[in-house]
Design a protein around this ligand. Structure first.
Ligand code: HEC
Ligand code: HEC
Length: 341
């Protein structure tokens, strides 16, 4: 494994000169799900699992809704409290995935929240966290150790849920990490996000890091952003439906511009296929990036450019991202996400 990566470093690193950081405007708020008006507060650096439970859960409600909820095609019914139980959330469709190891289904109190709580039992995840199904187990394990050892953080300190992820990884044993990695590696990554080019988008509000359409508020110009939002807001936000995916609105022309960067490098970067596979579905230990969340992909490119993500393997990505502008990252993500995984 290490040898493969060493080979890649020696073979490809010289192709691109290391430049200076070229995204001068700070972390793109549309990718990080941060409000542009909110000021960074030092308290956000130290999110703990207990604050995460509150913040990653449902919005406080006027009167508790104890009614049983349903989803089409599921034989189960759950209350909202069961759906958002961070140590054992609802598993609507047990037939959609292999049997979950306890660490995935329930986590381990007090620090390790259930993986299925944020990433769903099928590993599809949501734009504010990550899709984690279908990765090579070796890559998965490397990430958990990078989180653990301080080599992977968010470039945006207000992205509290990445801090929660770090806290979780720090609390896990090697056996638990291996079990989780093997479980999620068993499932292939399948289409989950539809990329649509447009110049206007529904107005949205931020709900714990995810953009949700504002009911009845009309549209606004998209500008230079990708806005990723649930296909069905109710199913995603309240019910955590692991079969209900996402739409990513991207600017007109972005997919085509991204294709040029991804396939040729356009003098700014290395063609991604040499390491991620020509179809971008992954190669050996290198993760697949086709059909994954565009907000997530942009965060990773930006995090690597800012050196917030600098694990041993991420070093391979440094020359790839060093000269990319925010617009390049957007175009690359629009194209990459639009590829069938
Ligand atoms: C509170 C929500 C939450 C929970 C619970 C959670 N994660 Fe995460 N996970 C995240 C976030 C947020 C990220 C990183 C997103 C970012 O920085 O852009 C992440 C990223 C990851 C990644 C990196 C994916 C990649 O493509 O590199 C892995 C692997 C992962 N999580 C595994 C796990 C495992 C295993 C568990 C259960 C033990 C777990 N997560 C529980 C929120 C969560
Ligand atoms: C020289 C080999 C190489 C090239 C070329 C390369 N990558 Fe990577 N990429 C990697 C490796 C290795 C990783 C895993 C990094 C780690 O473990 O942190 C990675 C990780 C990533 C990730 C994070 C994936 C995740 O799930 O978190 C993204 C996004 C990414 N690459 C995008 C790209 C894009 C876009 C291109 C082309 C413009 C590209 N890469 C070109 C080797 C490469």
């Amino acid at each position: 494994m290490r040898n493969v990566l060493k080979f890649m470093i020696s073979a490809f690193a010289p192709l691109v000169a290391v430049g200076v950081s070229v995204a001068p405007n700070g972390p793109p708020a549309w990718a990080y799900g941060t409000s542009t008006s909110e000021a960074a507060s030092p308290g956000d650096h130290s999110a703990t699992a207990s604050s995460a439970e509150v913040r990653a859960g449902q919005k406080p409600q006027a009167a508790p809704d104890n009614g049983l909820k349903h989803l089409p095609g599921s034989n189960f019914e759950f209350t909202l409290a069961q759906i958002s139980n961070s140590f054992g959330p609802a598993d609507w469709y047990p037939g959609d995935h292999p049997q979950m190891p306890p660490i995935v289904a329930h986590g381990r109190r007090p620090d390790v929240l259930a993986c299925s709580f944020c990433h769903y039992p099928n590993g599809k995840g949501r734009p504010e966290n990550a899709g984690i199904a279908g990765f090579p187990a070796a890559y998965f394990i490397q990430q958990m150790n990078d989180f653990k050892n301080g080599n992977r953080k968010s470039a945006e300190p207000r992205k509290y849920n990445t801090n929660v992820m770090i806290h979780i990884a720090k609390g896990m044993t090697d056996d638990e990490i291996n079990e989780a990695a093997e479980y999620f590696a068993k499932m292939p990554w399948t289409p989950w996000i539809k990329v649509v080019e447009t110049d206007t988008v529904p107005k949205t509000r931020l709900s714990v890091g995810m953009f949700l359409p504002l009911e009845g508020s009309g549209k606004e110009p998209l500008g230079e952003r990708i806005i990723e939002t649930p296909t069905n807001a109710e199913a995603t936000e309240a019910l955590r439906d692991p079969r209900s995916g996402f739409i990513a609105y991207a600017p007109f022309g972005s997919i085509e511009k991204g294709e040029v960067l991804v396939t040729t490098g356009a003098g700014k970067t290395t063609p991604c296929g040499v390491c991620h596979g020509t179809d971008l579905k992954g190669l050996g230990p290198v993760p697949g990036i086709a059909g994954r969340s565009p907000s997530y992909l942009v965060r990773q490119m930006y995090d690597m450019q800012q050196d917030a993500r600098h694990g041993m393997w991420s070093e391979l990505m440094k020359p790839v991202v060093s000269k990319l502008s925010e617009e390049d990252m957007l175009d690359i993500a629009a194209y990459t996400s639009s590829r069938t995984p």
